[in-house]
Write a protein that binds this ligand. Structure first.
Ligand SMILES: Nc1ncnc2c1ncn2[C@@H]1O[C@H](COP(=O)(O)OP(=O)(O)OP(=O)(O)O)[C@@H](O)[C@H]1O
Ligand SMILES: [Mg+2]
Ligand SMILES: [Mg+2]
Length: 542
């Protein structure tokens, strides 16, 4: 990373990279993303930008795979990129959002674009647009600029295949300037961004089908009828051969596992395989496609699927800023799940991952003490790290449009069914605004921060614990006293939960707890919001 520090308190130095990020931030419009009024606003102007940047011909020659959907777009694109790279092609991948650094959105041959190239292409586009834009053709907005930049990068780098994830919807998305992709994909459809895309699954599906192009084949995964009917109708209007692919059969991976975890990834992988095969076929690379109908996958496909990775999805990171003597005692398990279904997937992954980790370390370092201590609701798992026990902590936030009554019980129940209980749940507000591009600028923490949402989450959590307590658990659950200030750094602390006014305070509390309890390894599940996940990564990963 170009700048930024671990606690966000010092002033960042102005580096060339920082300057570019500031210029990029200037394109963020005041109107929120969840605002219908600028959705699809003057789509035509995108073609003016392409003229200014001399990209029209380059785009028409690109061999593009275009993917829309409500969930699984990024994963599908990541699998597809990895498969085709392992088949020997030079790849360009454009995804969204990013977690830490905007360069994550642009991958060349599977790697985030380097700063040097990013800066060169960034200013090439930005300066030209600044010079040529007028009152009638204003500077592109943030996401549009990023999509234009992606086209510039991929054309200049002469990649063999371009994989594009739609930003929002399909029809009016900036990526939809593509007229003739090689193949289109639609991942799982569901309810999200209804304020912009419409309230029914049919309306949402109609927007996503906006990426279909005359005569260009498309693939999708099994969808609810309401969505599928619309996809089929749009496909037939445009002479699109639409095929539905089944989830990948895990047996085809020869005993290996998908690198992206969770059952839904088999759906995304199935779609990625179909997109890759068809891309190979339609671009004349028949050396791989003879296996399409076979009962096994080409080894390049298996390698691609089992090595593809995406930040913030089932990711495990050890705190890298903690003192050397405590290194390894604070581990973050991060997943950006924020819907009830994905919350359950995430809980299952966490529960299994901490067990796997403990088995691994137990194998290396047999625990000195085999007794499991149970503190009230909390079971401390022995993980054998030099005889240490482990403790599970939840670090959570979600946007206030989500319903914690749907998310938190699913999470708690799924963990409990695997014998995993959280010693404490920490609630914090997000540090970054939605489109934040930099990696510093954590907001000042003062008494002005509105924590009412975090207190509501805390209350929901405490209620859940109370209602699960039943007769058999003796230990008394601390009842929070409204407004009670614990210390300056934690707004309100109860035995089972705490609200912190900002993430750095929560991390500080965790590090201090680790120092105080030298015999315990802290395993922190971070979930509920991809932005929270990104913020945590910024503070704990070098
Ligand atoms: N096919 C799927 N069905 C349901 N949930 C999924 C599916 N694929 C992924 N998810 C969930 O959605 C989260 C985001 O996955 P991914 O980044 O692949 O989707 P996306 O469509 O790119 O999302 P975004 O809208 O954030 O760009 C994952 O962490 C997982 O919890
Ligand atoms: Mg989305
Ligand atoms: Mg995405």
């Amino acid at each position: 990373m170009a700048e930024g520090d671990s606690n966000g308190s010092s002033k960042p130095t102005v580096t060339p990279y920082r300057e570019a990020l500031d210029a990029l931030s200037s394109l963020i419009t005041k109107r929120s993303r969840a605002d219908k009024s600028n959705y699809g606003d003057r789509f035509d102007v995108l073609f003016d930008y392409l003229k200014i940047l001399e990209l029209e011909e380059a785009i028409s020659e690109m061999k593009i795979i275009h993917v829309a959907g409500t969930k699984g777009k990024g994963s599908t694109c990541t699998f597809t990129e990895s498969i085709l790279r392992n088949c020997g092609f030079r790849t360009g991948l454009f995804t969204s959002p990013h977690l830490i650094d905007v360069r994550e959105r642009f991958r060349l041959d599977g790697m985030d674009i380097c700063e040097e190239k990013f800066l060169a292409y960034f200013w090439w586009c930005y300066d030209r647009l600044k010079e040529k834009c007028t009152e009638d053709i204003p500077m592109p907005t943030y996401f549009r600029f990023l999509a234009l930049l992606a086209f510039k990068i991929f054309s200049a780098e002469q990649v063999d295949v371009v994989i594009l994830e739609v930003g929002l919807g399909g029809k009016f998305d900036a990526t939809n300037v593509v007229q003739k992709p090689i193949i289109c994909g639609v991942s799982s459809l569901g309810y999200d961004h209804m304020e912009i895309l419409g309230n029914t699954l049919a309306q949402i599906a109609g927007e996503k089908a906006g990426i279909f192009k005359d005569g260009i084949p498309a693939f999708t995964v099994p969808q609810p009828d309401e969505a599928m009917n619309v996809l089929e109708q749009k496909a037939s209007e445009l002479n699109v051969h639409l095929q539905v692919v089944e989830p990948l059969d895990a047996k085809l991976l020869n005993g290996l596992k998908l690198r992206l975890e969770g059952e839904h990834q088999y759906l995304n992988a199935g779609l990625a395989i179909a997109l890759s095969f068809t891309w190979l076929q339609r671009t004349g690379h028949h050396e791989f496609t003879h296996m399409e109908k076979a009962s096994s996958l080409p080894e390049q496909f298996i390698k691609g699927l089992t090595t593809a990775s995406l930040q913030g999805r089932a990711q495990i990171v050890t705190d890298q800023y903690i003192n050397a003597e405590s290194y390894g005692d604070l581990v973050f398990y991060l997943d950006g799940a924020h819907s009830p279904e994905s919350m359950e997937m995430c809980a299952r992954w966490f529960s299994l991952a901490i067990k796997e980790d403990s088995q691994k370390t137990t194998f290396n370092y047999p625990p000195q003490n085999n007794s499991e201590s149970t503190i009230g609701l909390v079971q401390e798992h022995h993980d054998g790290r030099y005889g240490k026990s482990s403790m599970q902590i939840l670090l959570f936030n979600c946007m206030s449009v989500r319903d914690p009554q749907l998310l938190l019980p699913r999470l708690m129940k799924a963990c409990a069914s695997h014998g995993v209980y959280f010693k404490k749940a920490l609630f914090v507000p997000n540090s970054s605004v939605y489109y934040k591009v930099g990696s510093h600028a954590l907001p000042p923490t003062d008494s002005q921060v509105d924590l009412s949402w975090q207190f509501a989450l805390q209350k929901a959590w405490e209620n859940l614990i109370q209602s699960n307590k039943g007769g058999e658990v003796k230990h008394a659950v601390a009842v929070c006293e409204e407004g009670k200030e614990d210390t300056k750094m934690s707004g309100k602390t109860c035995e089972n939960s705490a609200v912190f006014p900002s993430l750095p305070f929560a991390i500080k509390w965790l590090r201090e707890s680790v120092h105080r309890n030298r015999s315990v390894q802290y395993q922190v599940l971070v979930t509920g919001s991809l932005h929270l996940v990104g913020d945590v990564l910024r503070l704990v990963k070098k």
